[in-house]
Design a protein around this ligand. Structure first.
Ligand SMILES: NC(=O)c1ccc[n+]([C@@H]2O[C@H](COP(=O)([O-])OP(=O)(O)OC[C@H]3O[C@@H](n4cnc5c(N)ncnc54)[C@H](OP(=O)(O)O)[C@@H]3O)[C@@H](O)[C@H]2O)c1
Length: 211
């Protein structure tokens, strides 16, 4: 069965998954790269000098078995990207998705085929509809919910997430976009495990309970 998965989703101690304000120069606002330093230090990110321990064991699960991604409009680009017909995401000609990638947006535009197997499709749809579309494109493989926090929150609220790997980073951001707002008690639907890494981050896995 095709699962809906989230990987490497990083939040601060106070629950923020991005800082503010977002701009072309600062995709994560005042958070900078602090939410993802743990990941950039792993072998899955830095093939030559990266670490091979606990953090890498989690980080490298991002790709295998994934046949499509769904992401939010603010992950795809900074404010105003809708008005730039040449904007193709932050990631250059060969984005790290390598699958059909569905961008949720109220400003639809023609699909963009990139190098390496990534094609961006722009859709306005409910989370359930978007998941159905992504599942068809995933050819029996799993669908990754790529973030940011607003759309992850919507998918959690709709009960559509089967597996979530969440990384709590020991920083306090104080402002930004929070993951948990409106999700009181969401953990009850999941078996939750936590593993502390020597790097200082804590990895949580939320696995949907069998119904
Ligand atoms: N911490 C992490 O691990 C992580 C992971 C991924 C991303 N991020 C960061 O998170 C930030 C973005 O997160 P965010 O919460 O601000 O925004 P987001 O979830 O990326 O995007 C939200 C936007 O997507 C569009 N959208 C959402 N649902 C839709 C639907 N059902 N139909 C049509 N459009 C829909 C709307 O934009 P429009 O109305 O403009 O179309 C909405 O304002 C970025 O800074 C990114 O770098 C962090």
């Amino acid at each position: 069965m095709s699962l809906t998965r989230i990987h490497n989703f990083s939040i601060s101690l106070d629950g923020f998954a991005t800082g503010e304000p977002q701009s072309l120069e600062a995709p994560f606002g005042h958070a900078g790269q602090r939410l993802h330093r743990w990941m950039m230090a792993t072998r899955s990110w830095d093939a030559e000098a990266g670490s091979t321990g606990v953090d890498n064991a989690y980080a490298e699960r991002h790709g295998p078995g994934i046949g499509a991604e769904i992401m939010g409009s603010h992950k795809f680009g900074p404010p105003g990207w809708h008005d730039d017909p040449d904007w193709k995401g932050w990631w250059g000609p060969n984005p790290p998705f390598h699958t059909p990638t569905f961008v949720l947006t109220h400003h639809a535009r023609p699909s963009i085929e990139m190098e390496g197997g990534t094609t961006f499709h722009f859709i306005e749809a409910t989370p359930a509809e978007a998941l159905e579309t992504a599942r068809e494109a995933a050819g029996g493989q799993d669908v990754r919910i790529g973030g940011g926090p607003s759309m992850v929150r919507d998918f959690l609220a709709a009960g559509l997430v089967d597996h979530m790997h969440l990384v709590q980073v020991p920083i306090v951001l104080g402002r930004g976009v929070r993951l948990w707002d409106g999700l009181e008690g969401v953990e009850a639907a999941f078996d939750v495990e936590a593993v502390s890494s020597p790097s200082g981050v804590t990895h949580f896995t939320f696995t949907r309970k069998a119904s």
